[in-house]
Write a protein that binds this ligand. Structure first.
Ligand code: PEP
Ligand code: MN
Length: 340
């Protein structure tokens, strides 16, 4: 059981909840987030039900749920959520296109990629300044300099920024530039990082771990929510299977499954799942058809010189086709492409 305190609850209100729970022989774990405080209860749920916790001062909600993830579960929150990123909605009814380079390399490359993203109809810009690379010898990203480039390109194009944070110690720095923080597949179970982004008060895009079940993915989201941040977007980016023809296997069924289990928006990354330029548009169509709330796509002005993931980046000709797909397909499944 979880007690959600209202935004204006005082410390004394939280203490009163803890006292009532402990008085009934239960344990109460308090988690103070930026926007709200959440108290997790451990003990006899039936008995907690008799305590009339709703009536205590400062309590906004008392949630009793059968699944292990509580705050992100749809049991507690039947309506699907809309997460706003710099004013751009991601959620039911719309299809939001996020595009940009895998990595920020130079100001020119980032601006050109952002223009390509806009030409495709994107309303959010992706781009990594901190890159989690499999090889320690590969380009690791420009770090804070890259964040500065993204901020300049946002200024120039008006596109809010989605960028990855790989270390809990960098969360404040990245959040000072980003409109949405990305937690990548390799960090989906980096619990210190999840708690840090949960405490920062900016939307978070949580990619599914390449070896994670849907339940593990939702439990990772719960770590963020438990710190008071419910502005979470789930991203299916492909999982590891025995298949070697693609970089990862896009688990397309994870989209409706996660949407049924959780109220959070679910988007798809066709670039990192297929890992090949020729698969990005077909997988994008599949994602829109299955009901994804958005897609996030790599574009690059010259993939042959890209420092990261060139083989999966779309080029200009593809961008025209992506624009047509993003415009024409969503209405067929009852959605409209998000515009600004
Ligand atoms: C990325 O989006 O740049 C990225 C590294 O993705 P993933 O974590 O899914 O591999
Ligand atoms: Mn990449």
């Amino acid at each position: 059981m979880v007690v959600v305190m209202s935004a204006d609850a005082e410390e004394a209100d939280v203490k009163a909840v803890v006292a009532v729970v402990e008085g009934a022989g239960g344990e109460a774990f308090v988690s103070r987030g930026v926007n709200r405080t959440i108290v997790g209860l451990v003990g006899d749920v039936e008995q907690f039900g008799t305590l009339n916790l709703h009536a205590l001062r400062g309590v906004s909600d008392v949630i009793r749920i059968s699944v292990p993830y509580k705050l992100v579960s749809r049991e507690n929150h039947p309506d699907r959520s809309v997460v706003r990123v710099g004013g751009v909605p991601i959620g039911p009814g719309t299809m939001t296109l996020i595009a940009g380079p895998c990595a920020v390399e130079t100001p020119e490359q980032t601006l050109q990629a952002a223009r390509m993203a806009q030409a495709a109809g994107a309303t959010l810009l992706r781009g990594g300044a901190f890159k989690p690379r499999t090889s320690p010898y590969a380009f690791q990203g420009l770090g804070e300099k890259g964040l500065g480039i993204l901020a300049d390109v946002r200024e120039e194009t008006g596109l809010p920024i989605v960028t990855e944070v790989v270390d809990a110690n960098d969360v404040e720095l990245v959040a000072s530039y980003a409109d949405m923080l990305q937690v990548g597949t390799r960090n989906m179970q980096n619990f210190a990082l999840l708690q840090a982004v949960g405490g920062i008060g900016k939307p978070v895009m949580l990619k599914r771990g390449m070896n994670a079940t849907i339940e593990e993915w939702l439990m990772a989201a719960e770590y963020i929510a438990q710190r008071g941040n419910l502005d979470i977007v789930l991203c299916e980016r492909g999982i590891r299977t025995f298949e070697k023809a693609t970089r990862n296997t896009l688990d397309i069924s994870a989209v409706p499954v996660a949407q049924r289990l959780s109220h959070l928006p679910v988007i798809v990354d066709p670039s990192h799942s297929g890992g090949r330029r020729d698969l990005v548009l077909p997988l994008t169509r599949a994602a829109i058809a299955v009901g994804a709330d958005g897609v996030i796509i790599d574009v690059h002005p010259s993939p042959e010189t890209a420092l990261c993931d060139g083989p999966q980046a779309l080029v200009d000709e593809d961008v025209r086709e992506l624009a047509a797909t993003a415009r024409d397909l969503p209405p067929m499944v009852g959605r409209t492409l998000t515009t600004v």
